[in-house]
Design a protein around this ligand. Structure first.
Ligand SMILES: Nc1ncnc2c1ncn2[C@@H]1O[C@H](COP(=O)(O)OP(=O)(O)O)[C@@H](O)[C@H]1O
Ligand SMILES: [Mg+2]
Length: 284
């Protein structure tokens, strides 16, 4: 969930917990390894499977994952159904993920691999026709002209890595029909990154302030874009969309968005957008 990122950026209890390596070590139920202990979206591993809460859009997501399996895309978990406790069951992908993903895109090879993975995913899902009545976190419907089902939360934390090689994409809850550029802009916000130097050094694992213009070019090039014209505006527009979505979901009482907003996240999102606007020269 993109919330992972928003919350990590806020040095919340959750990120501190992750930083101390306490996830994955609690066994409340024999055989269950807790990977995410957030009350609203507990994720556990049982053997070679992962169990996650079911959402209204889970059937649509499973249809997408089955399509990816059918076309031979090897970087997504396979859906194995719903367990006796009503949780979705997915195959477990071995490797590093979550906060470990940040360090993987600091080097250019990892950044290129990350961008290429997104392109491969977009190409693999291009032939997907959602079942009639498909619904997504963003609403009902299928992709329009020039749209695919975007992952919706494509950040390094939702990729499983082995070294600087991505081996899987996880956390599909925010998949939704949109132009490919939505995933591109979202990913770039976090890996260009559209963050100030202090945050890059302190939280995002950069050894020195990043050359953002070059990183944006490297990403776009690896993804296969001919030009970077309009990309910065697209990232800012995506940041605005995100803030609107968090606001809307919080107003509907959805968690964890309601808690984030109560904790002041919207003001932080507004600050991030302002930083991006004021810092265009670092990217263009
Ligand atoms: N299919 C999977 N294979 C391996 N690990 C997974 C898988 N799904 C989830 N995880 C692990 O569980 C963590 C939380 O799951 P995720 O689906 O990303 O939910 P959220 O980001 O909302 O907490 C991930 O960071 C990852 O470490
Ligand atoms: Mg996640």
């Amino acid at each position: 969930m993109w919330g992972s990122l928003a919350v990590i950026g806020r040095r919340s209890a959750k990120s501190r917990c992750r930083g101390l390596g306490c996830l994955g070590s609690v066994n409340r139920v024999a055989g269950e390894e807790v990977m995410q202990d957030d009350a609203h979206r507990r994720v556990v591993r049982i053997g070679d499977t992962v169990r996650r809460p079911v959402q209204p859009w889970t059937p649509s997501v499973h249809a997408l994952l089955r399509h990816l399996e059918d076309v031979g895309f090897g970087y997504a978990p396979r859906p194995l159904g719903i367990d006796a406790e009503g949780r979705e069951v997915l195959t477990f992908i071995k490797g590093d993920s979550g906060t470990a993903g940040w360090a993987k895109v600091v080097g250019e090879q990892g950044l290129r691999n990350f961008a290429r993975l997104l392109r491969d995913y977009h190409d693999a899902c291009a032939g997907f026709s959602p079942p009639s009545g498909a619904t997504w976190s963003a609403g009902a419907g299928g992709p329009g002209d020039h749209e695919v089902v975007c992952h919706g939360d494509f950040g390094p934390w939702n990729v499983v890595w082995q070294g600087d090689q991505p081996v899987g994409i996880i956390d599909w809850d925010f998949a939704h029909p949109a132009p490919r550029l939505h995933d591109v802009a979202y990913a770039l916000e976090y890996v260009a990154p559209f963050r100030d130097d202090a945050e890059c050094l302190r939280w995002l694992r950069y050894p020195a302030p990043p050359d953002r213009r070059r990183r944006l070019e490297v990403f776009c090039n690896a993804y296969g874009l001919d030009a970077t014209v309009g990309i910065v505006s697209a990232v800012i527009a995506r940041q605005e969309d995100n803030a609107d979505l968090v606001h809307r979901l919080a107003e509907q009482g959805c968690e964890p968005q309601a808690t984030w907003v109560a904790d002041g996240l919207l003001a932080e999102l507004v600050d991030r957008i302002a930083w991006s606007r004021a810092s265009r020269h670092l990217f263009e």
